[in-house]
Design a protein around this ligand. Structure first.
Ligand code: TXA
Ligand code: MG
Length: 355
């Protein structure tokens, strides 16, 4: 089997929606990364997602929903995903505010599940991850299928998330029937994952484009980091927070100390490393300069240090260096900022560097 590429034309969206209704899988574009979608209420489709990705079944899937016209709480109830009655008034209010502020968009909320959500989707957890993506093609697909779509990133487990249809083809082209091409992803890294506990505590499980500070501002509630709360009945608070993730096949190292603090000795050590090794280097800005070297391929994710620009090309650049037959090792600069999107970029790089 080789996946058929579909466009965003009405007739191709109809083909994809039909396939999904019949339990087939479709890779779909979202504003974060491409997702491998299947009908969340069709257990065979969900099982096929795990099989195609070779994903362990202890790692739950996110369910994608179309936009709401009124209240997000009633929408989540109507989608038969969230047991909203288990949420306190404060938690319900937080969900309404988060939905109103960030949906459609790159935010996933982990909420108490309804009993009818297949165990495979939630890995048997009492919660379900829900996201309303803002990519126009994903929205059209969701409203045409009119069922929530379970969709993890469309890569093989543990590998680099795809931000273009060609990446999905490389990862899963021989395993799935359809890939919808919606162009390059706008944001480039996966959604922020936020646990909303029944009493209204908010816990950041995965950093992303929507920052903890923005969430605090929208809700007026503090956001804890998952390191602080490892509880809420889940054996692993966010299975996707596993240390090794988003990884290229080649070793990925982080510059330590950062380039801006290199001593003359560090510079010499780098030069002698290049004497024997071909390296690819992921740069967050054009300064400080790293002298050109024939065994060193530098990729500037941003020349100006702009985090949004860097996030957009992060995974494509990592993939390109991984696929470059000459390069033996990848080296990455951490983003000098520690807030917002830069924090999320550094989270992904740190995970990719884990052996
Ligand atoms: O941007 C995104 O979120 C993309 C696009 C396709 O929507 N999807 C994505 O899915 O990144 P995935 O499966 O690669 O990552 C989902 C993360 C995983 O770390 C998973 O463990 C976590 O969300 N997750 C899902 N449901 C959860 C739950 N009930 N409790 C805790 N973590 C959950
Ligand atoms: Mg993933």
């Amino acid at each position: 089997m080789r996946a058929r590429i579909l466009s965003s034309s009405d007739s191709d969206v109809a083909i994809a929606a039909n396939a999904l209704r019949q339990g087939q899988l479709v890779a779909m574009p979202t504003e974060t990364v491409y997702g491998l979608a299947g009908d969340a209420f069709n257990e065979q489709a969900v099982a096929a997602i795990f099989a195609a990705k070779e994903r362990p079944t202890f790692d739950p899937l996110i369910c994608h929903i179309p936009r709401a016209s009124g209240s997000w709480i009633s929408h989540l109830q109507q989608q038969r995903l969230v047991a909203t009655e288990l949420l306190s008034a404060a938690a319900r209010q937080a969900v309404e505010q988060l939905g109103a502020t960030f949906w459609p968009g790159p935010l996933t909320l982990v909420l108490p599940r309804q009993a009818n959500v297949p165990d495979l989707v939630t890995s048997g957890l009492p919660t379900v991850g829900v996201r309303c993506p803002r990519h126009e093609v994903a929205q059209r697909l969701l409203s045409e299928v009119s069922a929530p779509l379970a969709a993890p990133s469309a890569n093989r487990f543990g590998r680099i998330s795809p931000t273009a249809a060609s990446h999905v083809m490389a990862e899963l082209g021989d395993r799935i029937p359809f890939i919808m091409d919606g162009g390059d992803c706008d944001i480039g890294i996966e959604s922020t994952v936020l646990l909303v506990e029944p009493h209204g505590n908010l816990v950041l499980l995965r950093p992303g484009a929507i920052t903890a500070a923005q969430i605090e501002q929208a809700t007026g509630l503090p956001v804890k980091s998952s390191a602080v709360t490892a509880s809420f009945e889940t054996p692993v608070p966010a299975p996707g927070m596993l240390a090794s993730h988003y990884a290229p096949r080649k070793p990925l190292h982080l510059f330590q100390p950062p380039l801006s603090m290199w001593s003359d000795r560090d510079k010499l050590a780098w030069q002698s490393h290049l004497a024997t090794t071909h390296v690819g280097v992921l740069r967050m800005s054009a300064t400080p300069m790293l002298p050109e070297h024939p065994r060193q391929r530098q990729v500037f994710l941003s020349r100006s240090g702009d985090a949004a620009e860097a996030a957009r090309s992060l995974f494509a650049a990592m993939r390109a260096l991984d696929d470059d037959p000459v390069i033996e090792e990848i080296w990455a600069e951490l983003h000098p900022d520690t807030q917002g999107l830069a924090f999320a970029i550094n989270d992904r790089l740190t995970k990719a560097s884990h052996p």
